[in-house]
Write a protein that binds this ligand. Sequence first.
Ligand SMILES: [Zn+2]
Length: 59
Amino acid sequence: MGRTTLPLSERIADAAALLVGKRTVRCPHPGCRVSVRYRAITPEEAQRLTGLATDHTRH
Ligand SMILES: [Zn+2]
């Protein structure tokens, strides 16, 4: 169960998520109201949802 070293930004996001217990990621596209809210999920799942929310070509 070794944990590989994550990029600093990822570790910060991870720590922040743990602190507040939840996160909301919004699509950066103007006029797009897509947002993903999550809490208590694995880093892999968080990364996947973040990708979905911020990549406008995927929704
Ligand atoms: Zn969007």
